[in-house]
Design a protein around this ligand. Structure first.
Ligand SMILES: NC(=O)c1ccc[n+]([C@@H]2O[C@H](COP(=O)([O-])OP(=O)(O)OC[C@H]3O[C@@H](n4cnc5c(N)ncnc54)[C@H](O)[C@@H]3O)[C@@H](O)[C@H]2O)c1
Length: 387
């Protein structure tokens, strides 16, 4: 994903912090807002995008960083002036006190580390997936409730203005009877870490997860899944590792039944040539489209870096572009929003139940590929997401 950082003034002036400060009144605004003490685990690629956003967030105090490759924690700690640096989660949890763990480690490590943090009484913001299975994730949520801590998982697109526009357009009935939707996201695959291609990895939890979150968020929880997945490229060359076998799918087609006849389709892959590479801001295609009996709507660009929404209806059959301003939305803002929510009590549209529903969709897609069958889903989440 493309990096997009914001400075503190932009963060406070344009967005989410504004409302909280206004409520606090002029006297309180003169003081520093209450801050959430944050520890970041996983100092690899994505930490280079999260840390600038966290460092600029007025509700965050960056307390510690941790990585099993200690030189990475040292480097990020030095660059972002984070005083406490650890080589292992045990030392991090036993070290300098903090409130919120931001988990940016390998996908296969999230559930275990999230569970350990919750057991230690920490709130958690986790990169996707929140857990490796629905059952594991549900246990994690139960543990969090028992400990009185909050847990959230990426991705964060439901807070974008484009998501809100699409959700409200659907809710207003402007598309008529909702029929079908399609979404796609792919590139030629990361080359910096092997976990993307190993069991528990794959293009679904890394890429399709965005579209699955957006489409279930827009259309409602899925009732059943049918899918085909494959491995197109059987070996990959990974920096520092050399050639590795690919054991997780790198090509996926997932169909979701949302009930009332509404069917959607998501495709993802690590073998997709794109003339723009992985530069989100260059993408101008409709990567998400939704169609009904009275209208059609397309998201311009990716849901994680949206550029607008094109809408055509029976009354207005020429596509018109709406919601071209993303405001303060950037895909890497979720951990900062979680810190703000903990500091101010402000609610969040992102819910762990939604993240776990998507975990179940991906597990069902793997099962459908293995068995050749349609797989019924059990989980659900608060919907509509945006009212
Ligand atoms: N790189 C991106 O652009 C990007 C964008 C969005 C989301 N993500 C997600 O972020 C997560 C991390 O991806 P990445 O690209 O940064 O990977 P990465 O390999 O660059 O970084 C992961 C880091 O976690 C560390 N780590 C692994 N296990 C650990 C453990 N048990 N304790 C402490 N540290 C541990 C690794 O040493 C490594 O430095 C993944 O879930 C990925 O899907 C990545």
């Amino acid at each position: 994903m493309a990096t997009g950082t914001i400075d503190r003034r932009t963060f406070v002036g344009q967005g989410m912090a504004g409302a909280a400060l206004a409520l606090a009144g002029a006297a309180a605004a003169a003081d520093k807002p209450r801050r959430t003490r944050v520890g970041v685990i996983g100092c690899g690629s994505v930490s280079g995008v999260y840390l600038p956003h966290l460092a600029a967030c007025p509700f965050v105090e960056l307390v510690s960083v941790c990585d099993i490759r200690p030189e990475r924690a040292e480097a990020r700690g030095k660059h972002f002036k984070v005083a406490h640096r650890y080589p292992h989660i045990d030392q991090m949890l036993a070290g300098e006190a903090f409130d919120l763990l931001v988990n940016l480690t390998d996908m296969q490590e999230h559930e275990r580390l999230n569970r350990q943090a919750v057991a230690a009484g920490k709130h958690v913001w986790s990169e996707k997936p929140l857990a490796n299975s629905l059952a594991g994730g549900q246990k994690l949520l139960e543990a969090a409730k028992g400990k009185g801590v909050r847990i959230w998982g990426a991705p964060a697109m439901v807070v974008s203005p484009q998501f809100a526009f699409m959700a409200r357009t659907l809710a207003a009935g402007k598309l008529g009877r909702r029929a079908a939707a399609h979404a796609d996201y792919g590139h030629t695959g990361p080359d910096w870490s092997a976990f993307f291609y190993e069991k528990g990895g794959g293009s679904m939890p890394d890429l399709a997860v965005y579209n699955l979150t957006t489409l279930t968020g827009l259309l409602g929880p899925a009732k059943a899944v049918v899918a085909m997945t494959s491995i197109v490229t059987p070996t990959r060359v990974i920096r520092d590792r050399g050639e590795i076998p690919v054991t997780a799918e790198d090509n996926a087609m997932v169909l979701m039944d949302h009930g009332h006849g509404l069917i959607s389709h998501v495709q993802s892959g690590f073998n997709y040539f794109n003339p723009h590479g992985h530069e989100g801001r260059e993408e101008t295609r409709h990567t998400i489209s939704v169609v009904g009996t009275q209208g059609s709507m397309g998201l311009v660009g990716y849901d994680w870096e949206p550029r607008g929404v094109d809408l055509a209806t029976r009354e207005q059959p020429k596509f018109q572009r709406h919601a071209t301003d993303a405001g303060t939305f950037v895909w890497q803002m979720g951990a900062s929003l979680a810190a703000e929510s903990l500091a101010t009590g402000k609610g969040l549209l992102i819910t762990p139940e939604h993240a776990l529903h998507v975990v179940e969709v991906m597990a069902a897609a793997r099962e459908s590929q293995e068995t050749g069958r349609r797989v019924a889903l059990r989980s659900t989440f608060r919907w509509p997401v945006v009212s």
